[in-house]
Design a protein around this ligand. Structure first.
Ligand SMILES: C[S@@+](CC[C@H](N)C(=O)[O-])C[C@H]1O[C@@H](n2cnc3c(N)ncnc32)[C@H](O)[C@@H]1O
Length: 277
């Protein structure tokens, strides 16, 4: 009896789990060794302790382009051009590198600029040309810079827009305090739900990225609802953790879609972009 026939015979006997064990062990060990190698490399090469940055895998970037194309109803070629635009924006990249190198908290930041799913935020702003974007949760200001860069390009093309960035931490947003990006950014310090309640202009694009608890995320979407412009779009950075935006979309008669990013060369499993429109 040849090996294949023998394997098939064993697969039908009570010995099957024992016979399959070495193959299963080798598979899981190969996978875990890869995760351990990546984690060990990250521990010695990165300084980040939260809000990790990384590149997307090539495939994840392809999927992101299609995701934005669908939710914004623009051709995927156009979206790819937007993604390329932010990735090749050397002025922004140099600014972030320099501001990071001189920041007081540089010991907890990496030198290399990596935007991850934020390139999707950029493409959405470029595609929709919103007059007023609100981002809750700023941290260093990486997302604020990316959103501001998109608004500056829109402005140059005759579609002016501003970003209101909300954070509870007075030290947040140091990357977004430099011109030209600061020219389109209003940084507001305070609890996001209270700050949303005080907004005095309609919101065309809203992004939740602050306190990622289910309760706080829901409170933000409820607070922003009466502030929204007609056909506004809602985004969440918390879509791999909660179903809050999907539930809000269902309650308010919107469509909903989620993208899950895949980081390249990083142990972190990644976050995503949830969209309701
Ligand atoms: C994940 S970080 C934001 C990341 C940022 N959007 C980016 O692109 O890198 C979360 C931020 O939310 C802020 N935050 C936490 N609770 C908040 C609240 N209740 N109101 C406003 N900001 C809050 C934190 O201070 C922190 O800077």
């Amino acid at each position: 009896m040849d090996a294949t026939k023998l394997r098939r015979v064993i697969a039908r006997t009570p010995l099957a789990p024992v016979a399959a064990f070495p193959k299963r062990l080798a598979r899981v060990a190969r996978y875990d060794a890869k995760v351990l190698r990546t984690s060990a490399r990250w521990l010695v090469t990165s300084r980040e302790h939260h809000n990790y940055t990384y590149e997307l895998t090539k495939l994840s970037r392809h999927h992101l382009a299609w995701f934005v194309s669908v939710v914004c109803d623009v051709p995927v070629k156009q979206v790819r051009a937007y993604l390329n635009e932010i990735e090749t924006d050397e002025q922004l990249r140099r600014h972030i590198e320099q501001a990071t190198a001189t920041a007081s908290r540089r010991g907890l930041a990496d030198k290399h600029v990596r935007y991850a799913r934020r390139i999707g935020w950029y493409a959405i702003v470029r595609a929709r040309k919103p007059a007023h974007v609100v981002e809750t949760g700023v941290d260093k200001g990486l997302g604020s810079c990316v959103l501001a860069a998109a608004l500056l390009r829109n402005t140059a093309e005759g579609h002016p827009g501003r970003l209101t960035s909300l954070d509870i931490n007075p030290e947040a947003g140091y990357l977004a305090r430099a011109t030209p990006w600061a020219n389109v950014v209003d940084l507001v310090i305070g609890d996001s739900v209270a700050s949303i309640g005080a907004l005095d202009r309609p919101v065309d694009l809203f992004l939740h990225d602050s306190d990622h608890s289910r309760v706080h995320e829901r409170s933000e979407f409820e607070a922003v609802e009466p502030k929204l412009a007609p056909n506004a779009m809602l985004l969440t950075d918390n879509v791999t953790v909660t179903n809050v935006l999907a539930e809000h979309a269902e309650r308010t008669g919107r469509r909903f879609l989620a993208y899950r990013e895949t980081p390249a060369r990083h142990w972190y499993p990644g976050d995503g972009i949830g969209v309701a429109w």
